[in-house]
Design a binder for this molecule. Structure first.
Ligand code: F6R
Length: 240
């Protein structure tokens, strides 16, 4: 696990964008996309490079990490809508090359299996962008998730539902989701995790310095051959 300590959130976004750009310049790329606030600066920087430096995403196939169950893709809070709004609609990635699990599928178990197989059929993910939850989750793999898990239906923890409560009317925060599993994430050829802010510091410490344990799902990245963790000073503040 490579740790990169940055001076500011802007630098975190730029360093993560460097890793993505280096891969894109090699040719067709399968990109794994996280949603949420952590990679927002990375996406802003990649959009800037697309606009100002002609960085192209036309040869990219993208797979998002997760999706809320019960939401149609065009729901304002679906991760499909979110990743489009914050990233994909601002670059030249053809929409047909963006894949997100269908949270409104009639058979969620079959949808999860199909999604995992679709990633394999695409040749596997070249670079997976990740954030980390304050409880150590990656994707929606909450604490106690199997380190070998594949894409599947999961129950959101109380902490995660509370973290996301602001995005939904009261009582409407989804209880279930579809998420790439920890085994799926481990299969990515390269993983880039970005973490910002003091409220991630304890999770970052467990991920980097704790034992590899299902109690901190992100610690599975210690077993990854090419994982890069990019931190701002607050997120790094509890590392020894
Ligand atoms: C989002 C995802 C989550 C987030 C994590 C951190 O697709 O899979 O694991 O990366 O919850 O969220 P933020 O970045 O909003 O703090």
């Amino acid at each position: 696990m490579q740790i990169i300590l940055c001076d500011s959130p802007e630098q975190v976004g730029a360093r993560a964008a460097d890793v993505v750009e280096a891969r894109l310049r090699q040719g067709p790329t399968v990109l794994g996309l996280a949603t949420g606030s952590s990679p927002a600066g990375t996406y802003r920087e990649l959009i800037r490079r697309h606009r100002e430096e002609s960085l192209s995403f036309s040869q990219v196939t993208a797979f998002t990490l997760d999706e809320y169950a019960g939401l149609k893709p065009d729901h304002e809070q679906s991760y499909h809508s979110t990743i489009r709004r914050e990233f994909v609609d601002h670059i030249d990635l053809p929409l047909g090359q963006l894949h997100t699990p269908r949270g409104d599928a009639a058979d969620l178990v079959a949808e999860a299996d199909w999604y995992d197989a679709a990633i394999v059929s695409a040749g596997g993910i070249d670079i997976q962008i990740l954030g980390i939850g304050a409880n150590g989750h990656i994707g929606f793999n909450e604490p106690t998730s199997s380190l070998a898990s594949r894409t599947r239906v999961k129950t959101l923890s109380g902490v995660t539902r509370a973290d996301n409560a602001g995005f939904f009317p009261e009582g409407e925060v989804p209880r279930l989701c579809l998420t790439q599993g920890l085994g799926t994430i481990r299969d990515a050829k390269q993983a880039v995790l970005v973490a910002l802010g003091e409220n991630k510091a304890a999770a970052v410490r467990s991920m980097v310095e704790g034992p590899v344990s299902a109690y901190c799902p992100a610690s599975v990245l210690q077993l990854h051959r090419r994982a890069v963790v990019i931190l701002d000073p607050e997120a790094a503040s509890k590392l020894t």
